[in-house]
Design a protein around this ligand. Structure first.
Ligand code: SAM
Length: 346
């Protein structure tokens, strides 16, 4: 029964990542977890020059090289023979087999003649535990970024949670990419494909770019009629200040990524909430307000707030239930005091 559940979970995860193609593709569970989803891989592939041959030196089951092959020729390699077989199969069934050459190779030993190279190193130990440091990746970040004089473009997919001090100093651009509200990856770009120092990309939304050394800062201002919760790619790339400029918004609190402005503006880079009420946090006070207005609690967001959302939801059970309006709670601090903004989700 457990095996059946895990096959059906794997099919669902594959469908989320590869859409209709998943039904014909092969993957192992671990490789599927590590594979890039098609929309993210397509975005990245489109940043390589069209028709330029790209070496994907850690191809896994082919999540990235299928997208690269839709754009031009690809030399795919990996150390795992079973995954190479799956990449070959997956390329055939998705119609890009003729654009792909597949060979077993160790990425630490430069072999390909391509001038553009992509690497997505394994970020788990053999026992399946996730690793955090770039030099625990396989191959390590240092091994991938070692000087390769012939390359014009190098792109390395890393965890979006990689500490900034572990990013090699020679990087030209760091791009954080989100899809469906989650930051999926960071990509370190070296060479000609880099076009900004920092970039926050929202798939199907566009990007925010910054090309100076220090990321822009934002002022703190009093809470206004609208709150914005920036996309995680904007937060991870430290481009909240740039978004604040675009929205003519200020920070609700220093070092906390919620923005506020007097006007509502549609943006792909943040979710917008209309503030219905601002309550200094106290459970009784909050319950009373929800009951009085007939507001019951939907989503709870929090940044620098002392109570975690599941505990707060438990404590507010039953509040406002006579009413019909579902509200979002945005929990944070204002002038160091915990505050709950009761909001209408837009
Ligand atoms: C994160 S997965 C790649 C996933 C792939 N981009 C995809 O979307 O399917 C990392 C891959 O690196 C391979 N690998 C680990 N060390 C390697 C090395 N030294 N040389 C080549 N491949 C390596 C692993 O076998 C694994 O398939």
């Amino acid at each position: 029964c457990r095996a059946a559940v895990s096959v059906s979970d794997a099919r669902k995860a594959a469908g989320d990542k590869f859409g209709a193609d998943a039904a014909q593709m092969f993957f192992d569970t671990e490789a599927l977890q590590m594979a890039s989803g098609a929309p993210v891989a397509q975005h990245r592939a489109a940043r390589f020059a069209a028709d330029e041959a790209v070496a994907d030196v850690t191809c896994g089951i082919g999540g990235d090289c299928l997208a690269l092959a839709r754009r031009g020729p690809v030399a795919a390699s990996d150390v795992d023979p079973a995954r190479l077989w799956m990449t070959r199969h997956n390329a055939e069934v998705t119609g890009v087999g003729s654009r792909l050459v597949v060979a077993r190779a160790d990425a630490r030993v430069p072999a390909s003649r391509c001038q553009a190279l992509f690497a997505d190193p394994a970020r788990r130990t053999e026992a399946g535990r996730r690793v955090r440091r770039g030099n625990d990746y396989s191959p390590t970040l240092a091994e991938i970024v070692a000087p390769r004089p012939r390359l014009t473009t190098l792109a390395v997919k890393v965890s979006p949670a990689l500490d900034e001090e572990q990013i090699p100093a020679s990087v030209d651009e760091v791009e954080y990419v989100s899809w469906r509200g989650q930051c999926r990856e960071a990509v370190l770009w070296f060479g000609s494909a880099a076009t900004a120092r920092r970039r926050a990309t929202v798939i199907d939304g566009g990007d925010l770019r910054w090309d100076e050394a220090a990321p822009p800062s934002a002022e703190v201002g009093p809470p206004e009629a609208y709150l914005y919760d920036p996309d995680p790619a904007v937060v991870r790339s430290h481009l909240v200040g740039l978004l604040a400029r675009q929205l003519s918004a200020t920070l609700v609190t220093d070092q906390v990524a919620y923005l506020t402005s007097a006007t509502e503006q549609a943006t792909p880079f943040a979710r917008c909430f209309r503030v219905l009420a601002q309550v200094t946090f106290g459970l009784r006070r909050l319950r009373q307000r929800l009951d009085a207005e007939g507001w019951h609690v939907g989503e709870i967001l929090r940044r620098r707030f002392p109570v975690d959302p599941p505990a707060l939801r438990r404590d507010l059970r039953g509040a406002g239930e006579t009413g019909s309006q579902v509200v979002s709670l945005v929990c944070t601090r204002v002038s160091e005091r915990p505050v709950v903004f009761i909001c209408d989700p837009r």
